[in-house]
Design a protein around this ligand. Structure first.
Ligand code: SAM
Length: 288
């Protein structure tokens, strides 16, 4: 049985799926440095079998499918039907033949042990219902010495792409204190937090790398506002708590706060993420 809070979270992602589909080109462009970071960290190359955990509207699966080529394959997974449908439709539209699709949660991967060379997750680990179980599962399904690598956001203060809107809304609505371990974009922003979970899952060579980059796209503030207020369940929930009279004031305040990120005529936000990776021990452990 899926617990109620997990059901709600997945329902939120299901509502988000159409917007992740709508903005897929921008998402690919804006977060490409994270895919490159994962590919580099896990040393993904031609002919490999790669697992993507929490693949959303299709990244990094679609990019990695080109890197591994026809002799390799990618297995895309996500527990949310709308996300899987979006990714699958895009792969079909592009004529991609080396991606397999499975609807499943990171906590319970429906694959045999030692199936993949590499397992990756881009911006998904923060939302896993049980990160410890998910790390154990990722390690179980990769080959001995195989790499698992996850990209997660760094602190909110270093990521104005997110905080510019939420910080303003938070001035207008009362926000109950958050459990730092609850699923949230910044759940693993603290140095060492996900690395420790991966170590406890018995990964070896655990490495945490900080990645500073720009989230860039040729869009206006208006387009950024629309993208953020549609794509994010957190922002949608917060916006729903504003009165109609507060909305223009909030938007104006966000426009002012965001002005410097649009100074060049297009969008460019500084961003900070972490790439946490580790390898499966060569000797087998009883709990696997
Ligand atoms: C921020 S999106 C990232 C999607 C994609 N990887 C990307 O970078 O564009 C987070 C994804 O994690 C998925 N997710 C949520 N809970 C999950 C779980 N328990 N196991 C695996 N994926 C999960 C969501 O459905 C969503 O597609």
């Amino acid at each position: 049985m899926i617990p109620e809070n997990q059901k709600n979270a997945l329902h939120g992602w299901q509502k988000s799926a159409r917007y992740w589909d709508k903005y897929r080109d921008l998402i690919t462009e804006m977060f490409a440095p994270l895919t490159s970071g994962l590919v580099e960290e896990a040393q993904i190359g031609i002919g490999q079998k790669v697992l993507d955990i929490g693949g959303g509207s299709g990244e990094p699966s679609l990019t990695i499918s080109k890197i591994v080529g026809p002799t390799g394959s990618v297995t895309y997974t996500d527990p949310v039907a709308g996300m899987l449908e979006s990714a699958q439709a895009e792969a079909a539209r592009r004529g991609v033949e080396n991606i397999h699709f499975r609807q499943c949660s990171a906590n319970d991967l429906p694959f045999e042990a030692c199936t993949f060379d590499v397992a990756v997750g881009r911006l998904s680990a923060m939302f896993f219902a049980d990160p410890a179980a998910a790390m154990r599962e990722a390690l179980r399904v990769v080959l001995k010495d195989g790499c698992v690598a996850f990209a997660v956001w760094g602190p909110k203060e270093a990521n104005p792409f997110f905080s510019t809107i939420t910080d303003v809304i938070d001035l207008f609505v009362e926000i109950p204190p958050k459990d730092p371990d609850a699923p949230d974009a910044f759940r693993f922003a603290v140095s060492g937090k996900l690395a420790e979970i991966l170590e406890q899952a018995h990964a070896k060579n655990v490495i945490e790398r900080w990645l500073n980059f720009q989230i860039e796209a040729a869009i206006s503030f208006e387009q950024f506002w629309q993208l953020r207020t549609e794509m994010s369940e957190t922002v949608r929930e917060k916006m729903a708590r504003l009165t109609p009279a507060q909305l223009p004031t909030v938007k104006q305040a966000v426009a002012e706060a965001a002005r410097k990120y649009f100074a060049s005529g297009t969008m460019s936000f500084p961003a900070e993420a972490l790439i946490i990776s580790g390898r499966k021990l060569s000797r087998s452990l009883p709990q696997f």
